[in-house]
Design a protein around this ligand. Structure first.
Ligand SMILES: NC(=O)c1ccc[n+]([C@@H]2O[C@H](COP(=O)([O-])OP(=O)(O)OC[C@H]3O[C@@H](n4cnc5c(N)ncnc54)[C@H](OP(=O)(O)O)[C@@H]3O)[C@@H](O)[C@H]2O)c1
Length: 312
């Protein structure tokens, strides 16, 4: 039985990674902050480990004895993605951990350079830590979560106005993978020793923005007016403008992600779904016919200036 420590085990993705690892027979330690420990469901092979990445490597080390793989699904700024994950990596090195899956779970963040997407930049800075580490890095890339991409933060769907907005031509395929499918793939990849030191790209479905609009219309049974917001050059200019005008950082960051999605630099390469045939991804149509139908009505919550948006 492989022992895996999951950081961010109470998050949208992390809690499902824990479930999928348990389904695969792993022995799971869930690193949870004190205020979140009640959110963990009980399971005979699940051990809660109360701690915070901010506690530092020495404090984290006590949770890592006997752990073979670390999966991180934390979310946050540089203090979490760089400093916090670095502390976890240092503790993992001391404990002889074989592999670590860092909290990347994005488009192909190595397809474009620094300065395009601040969240990718944090992840690339942390990736460099593995160059001199005894722990092998296994990065999982999945494209976009529809749970966020079709939510308010990305400004694609406006359910109150029944509009579907896009930048550029809308004909280039983008990569879309649901959170449960990402979790299922991550569990399989984390338990696969062949992934040590590799970037593993897996995807739910590839489709263009125009095809995505067709799926939205078919699933919702209503018309969504197509709003062409401008060229990709216009998108880049809007991103630059928002650095000064956005009232939350996400109004800038979501568009930064769209730059690399729509110009193709963030497209997944060498997709490895065939290596994990027992993970059967959900189509966009199936997602929209089920949980994703919630995107078709206006949300009743907004998020605060410094609050991370939540998934559907
Ligand atoms: N590709 C995409 O479209 C897409 C979209 C969204 C997210 N993502 C990625 O998916 C990953 C997970 O995101 P998510 O939406 O699941 O995040 P989330 O729901 O916000 O969960 C974040 C988790 O990190 C934990 N955490 C934060 N700071 C911590 C610390 N200092 N010490 C220990 N735990 C800490 C939180 O604990 P508490 O429960 O105690 O707060 C929570 O469990 C991230 O890498 C994110 O960038 C990708």
């Amino acid at each position: 039985m492989t022992t895996v420590l999951v950081a961010g085990a109470t998050g949208s993705l992390g809690r499902q990674v824990v479930e999928k690892l348990l389904d695969r027979g792993a022995d799971v330690r869930a690193l949870v902050r004190p205020a979140s420990v009640d959110e963990l469901a009980a399971h005979p092979n699940l051990t809660p480990c109360v701690g915070d990445l901010a506690d530092g490597a020495d404090a984290l080390a006590r949770h890592l004895d006997g752990v073979e793989v670390v999966v991180s699904a934390v979310q946050g700024g540089p203090e979490v993605i760089i400093d916090g994950q670095r502390a976890l990596l240092r503790a993992a090195e001391g404990a002889g951990v074989h592999r670590m899956v860092p909290s990347d779970f994005s488009i192909n963040l190595h397809g474009y350079g620094y300065g395009v997407n601040v969240l990718s930049d944090l992840r690339r800075v942390f990736a460099d830590e593995f160059a001199t580490s005894s722990v092998a890095r296994t990065s999982v890339a999945i494209g976009a979560f529809p749970e966020y991409f079709l939510g308010a933060v990305h400004e694609v769907l406006d359910p109150a106005a029944s509009t579907f907005s896009l930048w550029g031509e809308g004909t280039r395929p983008i990569d879309v993978t649901t959170i449960p499918d990402t979790a299922a793939h991550t569990a399989a990849i984390a338990l696969d020793p062949k992934t040590a030191g590799r970037e593993v790209h897996v995807v739910g479905q590839r489709l263009s923005m125009l095809e995505l609009r067709d799926e939205v219309e078919a699933a919702s049974g209503r018309r969504w007016e197509l709003v062409r917001k401008g060229t990709l050059r216009d998108l880049r200019e809007e991103v630059a403008r928002r650095r000064f005008t956005a009232s939350t950082m996400f109004q800038c960051v979501a568009l930064q992600a769209q730059v690399a999605m729509f110009d193709g630099t963030g497209s997944l390469r060498d997709v490895r779904n065939a290596d994990y045939p027992d993970v059967v991804p959900t189509s966009v149509a199936a997602y929209l016919a089920d949980r994703g139908a919630a995107h078709f009505t206006p949300p009743d919550t907004t998020w605060g200036r410094d609050e991370w948006p939540t998934a559907l």
